[in-house]
Design a protein around this ligand. Structure first.
Ligand SMILES: [Zn+2]
Length: 159
């Protein structure tokens, strides 16, 4: 069986008064991501991990932030399109592992919903999706609540 791994990272700036979407779920927060799309930092990192593993160009190539088509778009749609792209190349997802770095709010109560959302779109079971959330101990831009970052890795196999 042919296996391929991929890695993706994404960062967005946080601003007061915007919606915060992480992993396809709306998070209760006074700050949200500044972005051309809905700014879902986690789904963007996952898209890049999947695309990278399949040997495809990155998320910005497929869904340019200069395109009106993607303005304000639900990133679940982008992930769905990404999964279709890797499936068209004959790959299926084995697992996805990721980390979100965010000072606050705590994501603990959202983790199961986030994992379910990602699993459904990626056509895998919830057990094959891992989502961790960490603060950066008040250090860096995440610690100062200026932004949020996400890291994702994935394993694909050729059908
Ligand atoms: Zn992004």
């Amino acid at each position: 069986m042919k296996l391929k791994t991929g890695i993706g990272i994404d960062v967005h700036r946080l601003e007061i008064g915007l919606d915060l979407w992480i992993g396809g779920i709306k998070i209760k927060s006074n700050k949200g991501c500044v972005a051309h799309s809905d700014g879902d930092v986690l789904l963007h990192a996952i898209c890049d991990a999947l695309l990278g593993a399949a040997g495809l160009p990155d998320i910005g190539h497929h869904f340019p932030d200069t395109s009106q088509e993607y303005k304000g778009i639900d990133s679940k749609v982008l992930l769905k399109k990404t999964v279709a792209l890797i499936e068209a190349k004959g790959f299926a997802v084995s697992n996805i592992d990721c980390v979100v770095c965010l000072q606050q709010p705590k994501l603990k109560d959202y983790i199961y919903d986030i994992k379910s959302c990602i699993a459904e779109i990626a056509n895998i079971s919830v057990e094959d999706v891992s989502v961790k959330a960490t603060t950066t101990e008040l250090l860096g831009f995440e610690g100062r609540e200026e932004g949020v970052s996400a890291y994702a890795t994935t394993l694909l196999y050729k059908l």
